[in-house]
Design a protein. Structure first.
Length: 293
């Protein structure tokens, strides 16, 4: 078993237990972050591209330094079928681990729109785009939802990929961020159709999909890669089952992206929910039904 697959199996088992400790026990969290900062460099090389990262991170950075990669199967599926000139929306782009390889593959005639509301993550993303000499990436300083305006981004104190958008006031520290819809942004940017969308927004996925109905209808070949975390969706006021049903009714077939087994598994909404007990999650691939055979 590869290091990445072993890491994912261990993460699936231990993350639900570790998260509450890091959230609630300050001395443990501070010690862990100090150890990470001493152990982890702030730059990594991944598949020929250079990435600046936050060394004090129990999420993406820890996985990168522990395994030498990050979600290799999901990122591979993301790249499959991409051609020069295509359009990719990276919603929750973080430091660009999806945006940059896609930008390289779709070339100068393609467009990557990378939405990242968190100032620290966005600064690293912009640095990574510049360091890798990519001219086809537009970094958007905004979160994505089903409404436009300003909201509060609730910050994680230990995981730079776990900042969350809520409609009400956050329980802990937060920063005000601009919010856009996919439909509104694409109309203003002159984007008629989108080929690939990645959505990783810590529970706000249903709102993102609700705000992109026009783009979905205008994009018959669209694929969507999405993190599906039922408990986070419920915390954000969404019904996870309705999200899956809406994708099905919009003409998408659904697949579980199994990092540990490196498999793409066709699944019904019921099977997807069964694969997410407690506080776990899966990455999903949604493919237009006429294109999924």
């Amino acid at each position: 078993m590869s290091g990445s697959r072993l890491f994912n199996r261990m993460r699936d088992g231990f993350a639900p237990l570790l998260r509450p400790v890091l959230e609630r026990v300050g001395p443990v969290r501070r010690l862990g972050l100090w150890l990470l900062a001493r152990r982890h460099p702030d730059q990594v090389q991944l598949e020929g591209q250079s990435f600046r990262v936050d060394p004090r991170d129990f999420g993406v950075t820890l996985e990168l330094h522990s395994t030498g990669t990050y979600e290799p199967f999901a990122r591979g599926v993301c790249l499959d079928g991409l051609e020069p000139g295509m359009v990719f929306l990276d919603i929750g782009a973080h430091v660009g681990l999806y945006s940059l390889p896609v930008a390289r593959k779709i070339g100068p005639t393609g467009r990557v729109i990378a939405f990242e509301p968190h100032p620290g993550n966005r600064s690293l993303l912009q640095t990574n785009v510049q360091d890798n000499d990519l001219d086809n990436v537009t970094v958007v300083a905004a979160a994505v939802s089903d409404v436009e305006g300003e909201m509060t981004l609730q910050l994680s104190s230990f995981n730079t990929g776990d900042h969350r958008l809520y409609r009400g006031q956050p329980k802990s520290g937060g920063v005000p961020v601009q919010v856009v819809t996919v439909d509104g942004y694409c109309e203003s940017a002159g984007i008629d159709a989108v080929d690939l969308v990645k959505i990783d927004v810590q529970g706000a996925e249903a709102n993102v999909l609700s705000g992109m109905s026009a783009v979905i209808s205008q994009s018959p070949a669209m694929r969507i890669i999405m993190e599906y975390t039922p408990w986070m969706l419920r915390a954000a006021g969404a019904d996870p089952s309705s999200l899956l049903s809406d994708l099905d009714q919009a003409g998408f077939d659904l697949f579980i992206l199994d990092e540990a087994g490196a498999n793409s598994i066709p699944a019904t909404p019921a099977q997807i929910d069964e694969a997410c007990p407690g506080r776990s999650y899966v990455n999903l691939l949604a493919v237009r039904r006429e294109n999924s055979s």
